[in-house]
Design a protein. Sequence first.
Length: 648
Amino acid sequence: MIDTPTTFSIITTCKGRLAHLRQSLPLMVGQRGGCEVIVVDYDCPEGTASWVRSNHAQTRVVEVAEAPTFNPSKARNRGAALARGNWLVFVDADILLSPGFIERFVGRLSPGHFYRPRPAVPDMHGMFICSRSNFLEVGGYDEAIQGWGGEDPDIYHRLREFFARRCVWFPGDWLGFIEHSDDERVRFAALADKALSHRVNTLYRTVKYDLFKLSGVPHIALAMREQLHARVRHVVLDAVSTGIAQCSFNVDVSTLPGITLPRDCSLSRTLRYEFRAPTAEPTSTPPDQALPMPMPMSMSMSMPAPDVPVQRASVARAVGSPMDEFRFLRREPLSLGPTLFAMVRNETYLLPHFLAHYRQLGVENFVFYDDHSSDGSVELLMQQPSCSIITSDRSFRQEMPDGRSFTLYARRHVPESLGARRWVLTVDADEFLVLPPTLPTLRQLFAHLDERGHRCVLASMVDFYPQRLAHRNYGHALSPFDGSRHFDVDRTFARSLRTPRPASRFRGVRARLLAMLKERHPGLHGHLVDGRNYTPASLWKVPLIKTGCGVTLESVHEVNVQPPFDIELALAHFKFGPDLDGRIADALISRSYFRSSQEYEFLKVAIDVLATESLVYPGSMEYLGPQSLEAAGFVFVSDRSDVDMPAP
């Protein structure tokens, strides 16, 4: 705890919001507990400074002249520069402090922490409390960020990820807010299009954070940041207005002033960024009319490399939609409830159990991509309620123009096409999501994630298996949880704050099968593995993403952001069921799965020579419900990354 008396500086800004300030400022001025109030009149056309001086003489006023465009970062930094308190309380003009708000924090703040309200609803997103020393250490708000959105999550991210400051949540009902339209939010913004402004600032922040990580320096000079933001803004706006489908953005890190690389170190690394044209807000388009979506565009950044000419696509390509690659076999209206997307091929055994499982979790909308099933899967789905079915002429592994597989292309674009800011669960037919027992339904899970401000969730892929491969041919009426009851309790990966990509630790039952094959039949093992770069699939996925929030699949197993550490889910993965032989035969003919169906070659050999071997070993556990995976540490929800502020 701090030794000096706690003093507070309440800082608010105003440009065209005097009507709001007339309601909120008296509540700020009325706070007790050793605080001052600072109002920044950012060239407000309504005479904010004069009104404040006439009605609240004890309030300190900062005037910024000749600033027709509102920059909230500059405005807040001007107020912070004048502050005398050792704790800074940033309050937007439309936020209402409850009586005694400041008194609740007296003697209860600690260094190395910053404080935000929860639930973190958008109307309160800009309100937070930070020590003056931490604010100066992080460099304050980033004044290079312009337009609507981005400056608040930016300073929170820098405090947490680059300066190891911890967020402490306080109850959101300690505050109120004045409801108003988006027109008022962007009235004096540098870019009036709210969604487009958000895209520009999100991409700028991504590039900036990568430069921080590559250089090891969490600061870049303001002039350089302003140039970077202007360049990103130009690229994005030019792409949207003129139909650029792909362009390049090059930065030579070795030439950036203030960024020093180790002596005798040469840095050459290519980063690829993708951005999409703005999509409609959820309320502006009826859910059943959300398809199609705008054409995605991409931007790459190479380091070091000279600038290269922008590549322009034809107008016809630019105004097209990713959904042009698909055609509907059946299209059902979408409710606002939990939504699932799955890619299927010949799944008549799993689909009835799959649908029953996810309906029990609360899924209301199913969207299936069918990859030319021939076993009646489509006919089965046609009889099911709330199931939309799409297909195309492409196969899973077919390469798209951007060099990615069609599987990844579909997993990216179909969920995004379902509407912005919608939680979408993307899984395969043999993956059954298991939730923490304390959050037994998807609606409860989504509410928890929204409260925490999360945008995606990581899940362990846990292979379930019968006692022996010979037991795989159980009846189709038997649930996979009953037919394959065992799983390995060893955690399959480790995580680090330094990278979004987990590190593999244990490969599960399939790795044990491969080891058994090597021990008992080394010749067969060598035939499968030697010189073929055989690599088992990663045992994690990010199956749950909130669309339109800057999260993009980089591969089937990874996203472009760090998934949260305070919650993980599990995907019960059923490879060893009564449909395995048919799936192996299909995979070896089509060669459409990972590494040309290499794993299915291994599974066929394992069935041929290891069918009677027991797969159960001392590290096995029998599944008795979600609590089994919770006990093994595969599913959990905790406060490991953030802590709650106790009630006074």
